[in-house]
Design a protein around this ligand. Sequence first.
Ligand SMILES: NC(=O)c1ccc[n+]([C@@H]2O[C@H](COP(=O)([O-])OP(=O)(O)OC[C@H]3O[C@@H](n4cnc5c(N)ncnc54)[C@H](O)[C@@H]3O)[C@@H](O)[C@H]2O)c1
Length: 544
Amino acid sequence: MISSRLSAAIRLPTRRTLSTLPSWATLDPSSLGTSRTPHAVSNLVSGNWTASNSSITIPNPLDRDAPAVCTVPDTSVEELRPFVESLRGVPKSGVHNPLKNVERYLMFGEISRKAGEALSDPQISQFFVEAIQKTVPKSHAQAMGEVKVTADFLKNFGGDNVRFLARSFGVPGDHYGQFSHGHRWPYGAVAIVAPFNFPLEIPVLQLMGALFMGNKPVLKPAEKCALVMEQFLHLLHDAGMPKQDVDLLNCRGPVAERLILDADVRLTQFTGSSRVAEMLLEKTKGKVKIEDAGFDWKILGPDVDHVDYVAWQCDQDAYACAGQKCSAQSILFAHKNWENAGLFEKLKANASTRNLDDLSIAPVLTHTTQSILDHTARLLEIPGSKVLFGAKELDNHKIPLVYGAVEPTAVYVPLKEMLKDENFGICTTEIFGPFQVVTTFTDDEICHVLEACERMSHHLTAAVVSNDVDFQTAILANTVNGTTYAGRRARTTGAPQNHWFGPAGDARGAGIGTPEAIKLVWSCHREIIMDTVVPREWVQPKAT
Ligand SMILES: NC(=O)c1ccc[n+]([C@@H]2O[C@H](COP(=O)([O-])OP(=O)(O)OC[C@H]3O[C@@H](n4cnc5c(N)ncnc54)[C@H](O)[C@@H]3O)[C@@H](O)[C@H]2O)c1
């Protein structure tokens, strides 16, 4: 039965007492999707929690017969005025900058430290794990990983580390009294549009970056998981963040777009599909930094070793979180030596251990079962292609029909066929689910593998699984993906707080997580040239 599965996977306490809930919480995650009166998520604008005239009901993603998980404000364009006024009240010079309200750098260092400590508290981390799992089902380990990365990120920016983000530099001038300073300057009113798949990590890392650099952000989370960030804002307020510092807008996409245009938002950081990214870029005339679709490749080089390890990592990269990571392994190029070593059988065996009971496989929230099976069928029209495993609906599930329920799937396509113009597009289309394309190559075909990487449209993550330095260097030197792992343990997934995560090869690309990413996305360069001393002996020269 689904209900017993759910409680096992999510580790629901049978009964939660008030003392086990954080003092700031406005919901009990264990009651989400079980209560006939679902939690109603609120908006936050200019420091006030508000409701909208109508709401969106978020179904229980694991059980179509169960009560809704929550309702989310369906804010209409007519209700945007307070949000527009809040953002229009923010000067272009931001809420703080290196010359204004500098004490706020320290204030955010302290908020970040406290929030990181809070999120590391076992009761609070479990609160967020459950809230994540109820909205975007994923295994306990994956949900806990998301919470831990977020907590570690927040702890990284405690103390003076927020002000260090705004570190300036100076260069001596041409004459006495002249000196130039390069500063990191905020944009003022900014927006963050976040996707559903990491309900906590992606919005928190971008939101804090925006705040650290002196901006006032409005956050628009994905509808399906909005309750997670609603609760996190309560945590931030408890950690000392003024309520006016962040607005939270819950609405459908086009309404958020209206706000961004009407409030003259100076910069939007968008994470989500390429379709929406392109549309927003066009409407805002380019004032968007994007983290969009990931079609991520892994190349297994000729040097075969540690086959079990590599098979395990391939399975995790393709199917953890039901493949709903933008960094998920979308295509595997395996040297023939790996096929001969039995890699594909091991991949199949690993995938077969995944099940709904522990959420090692889970609902797909942006494709239906039929659309994934249709995509598979289209790939199978390519000569020589075949199903390695999967390509079936999950057994015995109650996932709502608007979502997808498919087994971990791998479709083999011959490399030469893949490269044909009529096939390349479909072979390199991101399916945001437990789905990958697999192909093989020989030593003579490395150039074709590189050609495939060159022709792909998105360059987010990649992995070169090889300790053969010649091979590794040839691949790394001729490709561009922004976050690329190399070596026997290389993976495509992994966006911890300690390294850059983001695309390369795209002038509009954003990054997330590190000081470099924060500075790049959330501040611009301002040069202030001090020129203070007119020489006593100055004589007016001829006009030029
Ligand atoms: N590159 C990355 O770091 C990264 C990370 C996570 C997800 N993704 C990508 O996100 C996609 C899946 O996420 P999704 O289904 O939530 O994406 P999506 O584009 O459907 O939605 C993302 C957000 O945009 C909002 N939105 C929709 N239309 C809008 C509009 N016209 N104006 C403003 N906002 C609008 C949505 O409500 C949501 O909050 C995948 O393609 C995945 O690869 C990328």
